[in-house]
Design a protein around this ligand. Structure first.
Ligand SMILES: Cc1cc2nc3c(=O)[nH]c(=O)nc-3n(C[C@H](O)[C@H](O)[C@H](O)COP(=O)(O)OP(=O)(O)OC[C@H]3O[C@@H](n4cnc5c(N)ncnc54)[C@H](O)[C@@H]3O)c2cc1C
Length: 437
């Protein structure tokens, strides 16, 4: 680290921020990466931690060690609360960090559409803490049901409520969670209880749009729905959830008793746009220029889920997919935008011409629907089934950080595939078990 070099501050060490930091390796700048968590998380496999298939450290790695060999980077564990764009200062809880270039990659949070009180009852899956909480909630529901069935046979309604799991939102996260919960109850837990039959658990998905997986082509969404239903999941489309409390939900005016409600129904960008006073879209994403800089601030960039980026795209085989499109809230745009901003900063500090405006290499979308079934839209080809699952598995293993993680994930998958069991069945927070669910 050198005090005389331009200082690049990156806020957020997710897909976008980490990719920007790595892209600055060997560039004569001092990089400060700030994250409120000490780890980089591979969110696409977070649902596997929430359902006990993998443990947290298999899909997350400490930012400090990931970047330990990159001499021009320092990592700070802190939370950004505001930015002074005049003095060029990032405000942390107790300190300020000056910048010459600022990259904001602070992601999103779930949108409860004005009902933030639902967040407590219906957690969303964003962090490792959420995954632990959800795993605990799900396993505890089975424990409670077993206890009641064993000791108070008259309370069948309560058992039914405990064994009802509601997922609000039928996007990728909702579908992946629902299918995995279905298989967990039908296979992994099937023989572990004496008084309840976990296979009787009801998994219900509510989606306000006309179909699940709205980001996928209709033909794949239909196949995904059929597969979900074959696993025993009940899917309600065109159905808005209008109330959530500890006892269940209200959907289409009907009350559904359920002890576990999980949320994945919409997203809201981080407050980066408010910190900057920058133009934002309706979900709060910062609307950026074609070079990903914030209008009026050529030294500030917003990338990934926190930015509203419109860019031309090409697909895997290099064909132009369509005219400029809004970048979807998935990992690839964040990674590619991080690399782009790093290249732009590199050229600027070296006094070179700026790069061409950002364009997106659209590799398509994948979603898993159970143990051996997935849907794949690679833009030039679409398919579903086991072949898509293989593509999903290979891609996700490839993008995991670290050889050890890749090795252990393959091992865990192999064990669970052969034994149909879950490895991670212990969960924290049991001292508070009397209060929940
Ligand atoms: C459960 C789940 C499953 C998903 N599955 C897929 C999938 O299968 N495929 C896919 O492509 N995408 C998937 N996504 C979406 C993908 O994870 C995101 O699009 C991607 O993570 C965006 O990257 P990012 O860098 O913009 O933000 P993130 O990766 O979310 O990183 C943001 C970082 O900013 C930090 N941060 C936030 N606020 C502050 C602050 N104030 N101060 C300091 N640090 C802060 C956070 O701790 C975090 O590390 C999934 C997302 C979720 C939640």
């Amino acid at each position: 680290m050198s005090a005389t070099q331009p200082r690049v501050v990156i806020v957020g060490g997710g897909f976008g921020g980490l990719s920007a930091a790595r892209g600055l390796a060997g560039v004569p700048v001092s990089v400060t990466l700030i994250d409120k968590r000490n780890y980089n998380l591979f969110r696409p496999m977070l649902y596997q931690v929430a359902t006990g298939l993998l443990s947290a450290d298999e899909i997350a790695g400490p930012l400090r060690s990931i970047l330990s060999r990159q001499q021009n980077v320092e990592v700070l564990l802190d939370e950004t609360g505001s930015i002074d764009t005049v003095q060029r200062l990032v405000h942390l809880k107790e300190h300020v960090v000056p910048y010459d270039f600022l990259v904001l990659a602070t992601g999103i949070q779930y949108n409860y559409f004005g009902h933030d009180d639902w967040r407590r009852t219906a957690p969303g899956l964003e962090s490792l803490d959420d995954a632990d909480l959800i795993r605990g909630k799900v396993l505890l529901a089975f424990e409670r049901a077993e206890e009641i069935a064993a000791l108070d046979r008259s309370d069948a309604e309560r058992v039914r409520q405990l064994l009802t799991f509601v997922l609000v939102g039928g996007g990728t996260v909702g579908v992946e969670m629902a299918s995995t919960l279905a298989e967990m109850s039908r296979m992994a837990l099937a023989h572990d209880f004496r008084h309840i039959d976990p296979r009787a658990a009801r998994i219900l998905v509510y989606e306000a749009a006309p179909r699940v997986l709205p980001a996928f082509p209709e033909v794949l969404a239909t196949k995904a729905r059929r597969h979900l239903e074959s696993l025993g999941v009940k899917v309600y489309t065109n159905t808005r959830v209008t109330d959530v409390d500890a006892g269940g939900i209200v959907a289409n005016g009907e009350r559904i008793p359920a002890a576990t409600v999980l949320w994945s129904a919409g997203v809201l960008a981080s407050p980066a746009g408010q910190w900057l006073g920058a133009p934002m879209d309706k979900s709060g994403k910062v609307i950026v220029s074609p070079d990903l800089s914030v209008p009026g601030h050529p030294e500030i960039f917003a990338i990934g889920d926190t930015a509203h980026v419109v860019a031309p795209a090409r697909n895997l085989v290099g064909m132009k997919v369509k005219e400029p499109m809004v970048m979807p809230g998935v990992a690839q745009p964040a990674i590619q935008e991080g690399k782009y901003v790093a290249a732009l900063i590199r050229r600027r500090v070296r006094g070179q011409e700026p790069p061409r405006p950002f364009w997106y290499w659209d590799k398509g979308d994948l979603a898993i629907v159970g143990r051996t079934y997935a849907v794949a839209d690679l833009r030039f080809v679409r398919f579903a089934g086991f072949a898509a699952w293989i593509v999903w598995a290979v891609v996700h293993i490839y993008f995991l950080i670290g050889f050890a993680n890749r090795f252990f994930v393959i091992l865990q998958w192999g064990i669970s595939f052969l034994t149909k069991r879950r490895q991670v069945r212990v969960f924290p927070g049991q001292e508070n078990a009397a209060q929940a669910p």
